[in-house]
Design a protein around this ligand. Structure first.
Ligand code: NAD
Length: 319
């Protein structure tokens, strides 16, 4: 048996088509959608991410305003830029890229973002709403994980609620960025959720936890961390990791946290890297920017393909 491969690119394409229509409809009503990114210092991964966002913004008809500060910029300078973007009517969503240099306090910077424009839910108000199960915005990576899972369940004819209620979801990695929001979304679906971090791995306990998973979500940033012996047969595996790796010919290529070749033959379904969570995450950020534009314009939340029971659709009424 070999796993079904969950196609993130196809999912991203269909999300993009819907979003382009939403953006055009809002534009016809005089409501612009704008995304701003703020980078401090030079990070290879951030630069690549920005290029992808710029391309997507072009395709979707979204205004894109990238801001870059030098590595040595202080917290006040960063907060000044964020305040400027808060006040800019062309910007509906703001993304401050991680990692920030060590001399900047991440929490202080995130608190400076207008919560209505905080599309990655890093402001304590939005992080709190997510933890309470009533998110204003669902952070894009965790949203993509569950959007892919929900779509896969629909494709195999499984009832979403029934599946989640009887499933144990194990999330490897506990960052504020990915792991914790994924745990919150698992709770929101009334699944049994376990969070595993590097401390479990250091005491050789990783497999003891991961082998119990019906759904294994891996976001540790460690190439090949999860191998065949870490998964149970019939599990669904979502690989969030993005790591530099090499193919058999020695060429540099992107690899996930899951050793795809050894894991895929054992499990029911798996996301590839590249072509899994990543493309959906990119588009989801724009989905959140559209929600923000609607919120700022006093429009009701979106309904339709992205809403429904246990969905990743944010509840704008929480605002
Ligand atoms: P992070 O470094 O902030 O957090 C990693 C987490 O994994 C931490 O909680 C850490 O303690 C834990 N961890 C590290 N080693 C571990 C081990 N051996 N066993 C168990 N847990 C371990 O990273 P992040 O921002 O959460 O990102 C995680 C990965 O996901 C990275 O590879 C990143 O590039 C990738 N990522 C992908 C997307 C996407 O769209 N596909 C988006 C964001 C991040």
């Amino acid at each position: 048996m070999s796993a079904q491969v969950i196609d993130g690119r196809a999912c991203a394409r269909s999300l993009k088509e819907g979003l382009a229509r939403d953006v055009a409809r809002l534009a016809a009503d005089g409501i612009g959608v704008g995304l701003a990114t703020v980078v401090v210092g030079e990070e290879y991964a951030s630069a690549a991410y920005e290029r992808r966002l710029r391309r997507l913004a072009d395709e979707l008809g979204v205004v894109y305003r990238p801001r870059a500060l030098p590595e040595g910029a202080g917290e006040c300078e960063l907060i000044d830029v964020i305040t400027e973007l808060n006040d800019d009517p062309r910007v509906s969503g703001i993304l401050v890229l991680r990692p920030l240099p060590r001399h900047i306090d991440e929490a202080s910077a995130f608190r400076a973002i207008d919560p209505r424009k905080d599309i990655e839910a890093v402001h304590p108000e939005n992080a709190g709403l997510l933890a309470l199960g009533v998110p204003r915005y669902v952070p894009s990576t965790a949203a993509s994980v569950f959007h892919l899972l929900d779509g896969w369940l629909d494709s195999v004819g499984e009832d979403r609620a029934d599946f989640y209620h009887r499933s144990r979801i194990v999330v490897v990695g506990r960052s504020n960025n990915v792991g914790k929001p994924a745990v919150s979304l698992g709770y929101q679906r009334q699944a049994t959720v376990e969070s595993v971090d590097e401390w479990a791995d250091r005491t050789n306990g990783l497999g003891r936890h991961t082998r119990q998973a019906d759904v294994l979500i891996v976001a540790a940033g460690k190439a090949g961390l999860i191998r065949a012996e870490h998964v149970r047969r019939e599990a669904v595996v979502i690989d969030v990791g993005i790591n530099p790796g090499r193919d058999a010919e020695g060429n540099v290529r992107m690899v996930g946290d899951v050793d795809h070749d050894s894991v895929a033959p054992r499990v029911r379904a798996i996301t590839p890297v590249p072509g899994g969570v990543g493309p959906v995450t990119d588009v989801w950020l724009f989905h959140n920017a559209v929600l923000a534009a609607r919120l700022l314009a006093g429009r009701p939340p979106l309904s339709g393909a992205l809403s429904g029971p246990g969905s990743t659709e944010p509840l704008l009424e929480a605002s």
